[in-house]
Write a protein that binds this ligand. Structure first.
Ligand code: SAM
Length: 257
């Protein structure tokens, strides 16, 4: 896949951001407990019923899809990244009923009126080339859901991001590896370009980019409505607290009408 200028998009696995390095960088963060808390919240808030058909897109390395399958839901995980899909398959191989995996772009979801629930979790929205491309994803999700199907969109809290904005940051991972990042937030487009250097403990360096549109709440509401959703609940985190300047997330629950 190439963008209009013939370049590999930053989110494509060949560009390097999403791959083994991502899993290593986020290993302290994407813990089993975190996934269990998120899935418990989803089960309760969406009032999931045994056998519900759930689409997890993009599913990454399958952490939610696998936990939901373990709890007897009928899950499909879709992601562009073949390495993540392979990792997810390995992890799910011992399950009685494993998720159904699809490698594919989030703008091309091969289902119509199929799912009771769709999930887009952990800031996986705002990656595409422009707002119209992001809108295409929401439109596809609406097509893939049954009438009255529920959609969960979980993105970073833009106001908190702006409040804590820093040009340069660095963090040290448990094993001593270091990640240095440089942010460039474009006030006109609302997009943040982050360049990261991952310096692994063996001295190897990886230079990657992360390019995300930071949507405001009113913008997200308009986009959800345009796709045919009615947003009916919002949360600021997975403990069910409201959105504030301090909460970490914007979590929307919307219904397809
Ligand atoms: C931050 S990860 C989150 C994954 C998962 N939802 C989770 O909570 O762990 C974002 C995912 O989006 C996927 N992705 C990025 N662009 C995509 C696209 N155009 N189509 C499908 N998946 C895409 C990446 O491969 C990556 O797995």
């Amino acid at each position: 896949m190439q963008n209009q200028r013939g370049q590999i998009p930053w989110y494509d696995e060949r560009a390097g951001f999403f791959g083994r390095g991502y899993l290593k960088e986020y290993s302290n963060y994407l813990t089993k407990e975190r996934t269990l808390t998120e899935v418990n919240f989803l089960e309760k808030t969406l009032q999931l019923r045994c056998g519900d058909k759930i689409l997890d897109c993009p599913c990454g390395h399958g952490r939610h899809s696998i936990e939901l399958s373990r709890r007897s839901y009928n899950v499909t995980g879709q992601d562009l990244n073949s390495f993540f899909i392979q990792e997810a398959k390995k992890e799910a191989s011992h399950l009685k009923t494993a998720p159904h995996w699809i490698k594919g772009d989030m703008r091309e979801i091969p289902f119509e009126d199929e799912f009771d629930v769709a999930l887009c979790l952990f800031s996986s929205f705002g990656y595409l080339e422009n707002d119209n491309e992001d809108q295409k994803f929401l439109n596809q999700i609406a097509i893939a859901l049954k009438e009255n199907g529920k959609f969960v969109l979980d993105v970073i809290n833009r106001n908190r991001f702006i409040r804590l904005y820093k040009k340069r940051r660095w963090k040290q991972l448990h094993d001593g590896s270091i990640v240095i990042s440089e942010n460039n937030f474009d006030q006109i487009t609302g997009r943040n370009l982050e360049k990261r250097v991952r310096i692994w403990k063996n001295g190897m360096r990886e230079e990657v980019s992360h390019f995300v549109r930071m949507y405001t709440i009113p913008e997200l509401v308009v986009m959800l409505r345009t796709a045919g959703f009615v947003p009916y609940q919002t949360f600021g985190d997975y403990s069910g607290e409201p959105i504030t300047f301090f909460s970490k997330r914007y979590i929307f629950i919307a219904k397809k009408i």
